[in-house]
Design a protein around this ligand. Sequence first.
Ligand code: PLP
Length: 454
Amino acid sequence: MPVNQFVAKSHVLHRALAYEPQKIVSGSGISFTLESGKVVYDASAGPSVSVLGHHQPEVTKAIVDQLDKIAYVYSGSRYTCDAAESLAAELLKDAPGGLVKAIFVNSGSEATDAALKLATQYFCEVGQPKRINFIARKQSYHGNTLGALSVSGHESRRAYYRPWIANNVSFVDPCYSYRAKGESETDAQYVERLKLQLEDEFLRLGPDTVAAFVAETVSGTTLGCVPPVPGYFKAVREICDKYGALLILDEIMCGMGKTGTMHAWEQEGIRGPDIQMIGKALGGGFVPLSGVLLNQRVFDGLAEGTMVLAHGHTFQAHPTACAAALAVQKIIKRENILDHVASMGWLLEAELNKEIGPLRHVGNIRGRGLFWAVEFMRDVPTKTPFPVEHNFSNRIVEVAAELGLNILGNLGKTGKIDVELVILAPPYIVTEEEIKAIVGILKEAILAVTEEHV
Ligand code: PLP
């Protein structure tokens, strides 16, 4: 007998067995409709995915047109297709940072694994096979496959799988000024402290054994939309360059326009990463698609080496997925949607600060573009968090859902610092009225849960 009736009801095994998932039957604009008929604002675009909303005729047509041409091409080595080549060309055409090639895979986790393998192989190709170590950050998330989990500082997701987790990865502190910067420390001093810590880790491992430093440009689910302190990525880039290591940036959640620029790192004043992961907004959820972008240095390493990338998947660069993503990216460019992201982002920031900022348990509101988090504290002045068992932010997510608002909540114990937060990442097509409605419902949910805690 199953111990939980909901597992028995749902044929699909979901992550949270205690919940009976509700069926979504349709979607339009930034909303989706449940089987019950209830319409819900998708203010997180799923997990920051559906950037053009839940229905887009032009993307549907691109998918159908591709299926009418050819459904599947195995792009192992001999063949490719127009959709994949055009998508790569579109992404790389005006790409800042000298990114020259793209690999397309199906999920963000696969993209991270591909990036880790690419970095490892690169150093073998250029005659530095000792570079096998990776430095990543605590309380980070780069995916759930075993390679990606190995560089993810996410305690609860790693816990069961310790025997499988690679031991060539070490972790330094993330850049998280709200909780980790000293009271009297300036941004510059905080950056210097993190830079020294990273350099110490290079030196501890032996700088000529480090392949790469891996980080999310704007932290996603584990810390909640934390933009780096000014100068942080310049410092990181400097250390990687000093010791000849690669910089791998994970923009699966924060990239492809979400922060107002196509790549979040463009706002950091650096020349760019050597390898970058993209996903989620790349295909806008119409299809599963993620990717890896690489610069000339990495490509030359392979090209001047064995000329073989020792990696691949059956469904890589799938024509239908690439055709859909190409349509998504063309719409974003043609309609100047990133300008809209920037202006709606300012409105969202202003509304959150005005309506949510003054609430009793709101400690910090942070983000960029249309990628924002609200972090809660039991006592704001002393930054005393709620005990995890209070389930404060997930209760807000539940109440918000009842009120017709879908947002993301806390994703379990991710590290030493317990972070109670909710994330808003509305589709790029969100309107002014919808932003105001979303913030209004969020306020109602926070007030209701605050009442439960008095
Ligand atoms: N990297 C980041 C920053 C993410 O947020 C995620 C997913 O949430 C991943 C990687 C993994 O992507 P996927 O779930 O598509 O495997």
